[in-house]
Design a protein around this ligand. Structure first.
Ligand code: ADP
Ligand code: ZN
Length: 629
């Protein structure tokens, strides 16, 4: 028996649809029966031809806000998008539901582009995707003007602002749209929430009395953890162990690290590959495809990876180093759990990263062409972002609350249950003040002339060549922390640096030194709190339990395997065939008829026609042929 249609949503506030035209299209094409927060308002503005600025977090459901109106209004609308990969994925996903959409980009042959123009002229398309430079520089606007385009959606609209975190000068040319299409409405979409960027978008695009819709930034289905970094590779393997067979993204700062780590993971039996901007286009593409089709589970990447990734079932985003801002962190972790199911975000933190970023920020400013004043302002702005990130990582307070508040939104007290702090996983070191005193006095004993590693070797009583060369095995602090391993010891020193209970010089060979506060600690005038460098076990969250409630896991896995084969046969990303949430809905309801199947999440008429028989076979325990199409 099929159960009642599932009420789907990321946040509790999913709303029934009161406009029957929207409800009909939503059910028929997407198989959804509710709207996410602010989607109704955004759709209303779009259908009324009123400009809008929609600010929703990654995964908040922005695309639907521009995908649905042209179906209702039977128009051809335009979407401006910064990246070809992003457009292609969306077009694939739309084609999977029978939606007439096309992208027009430089990777196509002249004939292919002409074919799209012909389809525009014939009024066949509901959505046309283009990058800003192609849209304004190629005569495409003339074609669009002839069919009387009435709506433009500007995706990733923060790219237009130099205050945003991803400024793209070519976006500036979009100012021209207002002039060329005075009667059309313009709809800007972004996940960047700062008021300054918001105002800049509205100004640059010359929005007229826009409906400004700012969503909630909190992502309740994500569990956030910050873990002191001790042994990177071992910790990564351990976290990935919680996500066997699931999609995971592991972020590193350097290209070399991605390669080394991917190798380590592959050796540990994981289906992992590296991804960074230094690989050639073919290899990068192959990795993206493999990830999209679920032939690999883990991508070890620099931040170059992700903009083009729409896979909605990413269950883990793991940062092996500190991102340079909370904006970046929010965006990168936003790639987890876009289907609304529980997902995990882990940050391995060491304050060593803060120092690396600081010198990088200064170096790149020095190398820039800016004049002195601008350079100083740029450095100050970037350091401010960096230190906000550092404060987040260091503080032992609710991660959901900290993130929400950073983005200017209050977070209800006690509502979390989905971060390391609220789950009680972060332990504090029992004798922190004494340990801090031992470390600080060792720094003093070695004459404030050595780096973190050397200080820790002395503390641990490791008579290395370097230690012996300076006769430091004879110091009274030698071996004071003999029970610690090197990485845990280094982690504690970094925590002290973080709290400015120790200082450190700049340059290539930084040296740990004492400051005013170090002496206070030594004199016993200051209590110290340190986190246990070995993190406690991760606990299960309520969301995790709820998402699996009633799901036949075996059937779910069989559905996934079938989906992978279909994706392979069609050469399409697996999530465009079906997302995980829909498969779980089927594996929960186990429908035995087409009508029952239609009540499952994500099943509209097109999917029912394409896959109905195959899925009903699978539910009944039979193996269907790979691809009925
Ligand atoms: P964004 O562009 O804001 O990052 P997307 O538009 O990619 O987010 O949406 C994220 C996910 O949410 C997609 O898998 C999409 O199918 C799903 N989604 C969007 N709107 C709805 C809805 N009203 N009901 C159910 N799922 C939805
Ligand atoms: Zn919390």
């Amino acid at each position: 028996m099929a159960g009642p249609a599932e009420t789907d949503d990321v946040s509790a506030a999913a709303a029934r649809v009161d406009d029957p035209r929207i409800a009909e299209v939503l059910a028929r094409w997407w198989g959804f029966d509710t709207l996410r927060p602010l989607q109704a308002e955004a759709l209303r503005a779009a259908l009324a031809g009123r400009d809008s600025l929609v600010v929703l977090p990654t995964g908040g459901g922005k695309s639907l806000c521009y995908q649905l109106p042209p179906l209702v209004a039977e128009t051809t609308d335009v979407v401006v998008s910064p990246l070809v990969a992003l457009m292609k994925d969306q077009v694939d996903a739309l084609e999977a539901i029978g939606y007439p959409a096309a992208a027009i980009h430089g990777g196509m042959t002249a004939e292919e582009r002409q074919a799209v123009r012909d389809r525009i002229a014939a009024g066949e398309l509901r959505l046309v995707f283009a990058a800003p430079e192609r849209l304004v520089n190629t005569g495409l606007l003339d074609v669009l003007a002839r069919v009387g385009v009435k709506r433009f959606a500007i995706d990733e609209a923060h790219c237009i602002s130099q205050w945003g975190h991803d400024f793209r000068p070519e976006y500036r040319q979009l100012a021209l749209l207002r002039e060329r299409f005075p009667a059309a409405s313009i709809h800007a979409f972004t996940a960047t929430a700062t008021p300054r960027v918001r105002a800049d978008i509205a100004r640059q695009l010359e929005l007229r009395d826009p409906a400004v819709l700012v969503g909630t930034f909190d992502r309740p289905n994500l569990v956030y953890r910050v873990v002191p970094r001790t042994d990177r590779a071992t910790q990564v393997v351990e976290v990935l162990g919680r996500h066997r067979g699931e999609a995971s993204i592991v972020y590193c700062i350097s290209r070399k690290e991605t390669e080394r780590l991917a190798e380590r993971l592959a050796a540990a039996g994981l289906l992992a590959r590296p991804y960074h901007a230094g690989l050639d286009a073919r290899e990068r593409h192959a990795t993206q495809e493999a990830f999209a089709r679920e032939t690999i589970d883990v991508v070890v990447a620099t931040v170059a990876f992700g903009m083009g990734i729409d896979r909605s079932d990413v269950r883990l985003v793991l940062h092996t180093a500190l991102p340079k801002s909370l904006e970046a962190y929010q965006q990168e972790t936003g790639r987890a759990g876009r289907d609304g199911l529980a997902a995990e975000c882990v940050l391995l933190y060491s304050s060593a990263d803060v120092f690396s970023w600081e010198s990088l920020v200064r170096k790149s400013a020095e190398e820039s062409e800016l004049d002195a004043a601008d350079r100083e302002a740029l450095v100050a702005a970037q350091l401010e972002h960096l230190h906000a990130m550092r404060r987040y990582a260091q503080a032992a307070r609710c991660r959901h609350a900290a993130l929400s508040e950073y983005f200017g939104q209050a977070y209800p007290a006690g509502a979390c249950g989905a971060c390391d702090v609220c789950l009680g996983e972060t332990g504090s070191l029992a004798d922190a003040t004494v340990t801090a005193q031992k470390i600080i006095s060792c720094v003093a004993r070695v004459g404030e002339r050595f780096g973190v590693r050397h200080v820790c070797e002395v503390l641990r009583g490791a008579a290395t060549d370097g230690v012996r060369r300076h006769g430091h095995e004879r110091l009274s602090t030698f071996g004071l922390l003999a029970s610690l391993d090197q990485r845990s010891a280094e982690n504690l020193v970094h925590q002290l640096l973080d709290q400015e209970l120790l200082a450190r010089t700049g340059g290539d060979r930084p040296v740990v030194t004492l400051n005013e506060r170090s002496w206070e600690v030594l004199r016993g005038g200051r209590e110290v709190v340190l986190l246990e460098p070995r993190a406690a076990r991760a606990k299960a969250t309520q969301a995790d339990v709820d998402d699996w409630q009633g799901v036949d896991r075996d059937l779910f896995e069989r559905l996934r395997r079938w989906r992978r084969r279909v994706a392979e046969a069609r050469g399409k990303p697996a999530w465009t065939i079906f997302d995980d949430k829909s498969l779980r809905s089927i594996a929960r309801d186990k429908p035995d008829s087409p009508a029952g199947l239609l009540r499952c999440r994500g099943i509209g008429e097109k999917r029912l026609a394409d896959f109905g028989t195959a899925i009903l076979d699978l539910v009944a325990g039979k193996e269907p042929p790979t691809d009925p199409a």
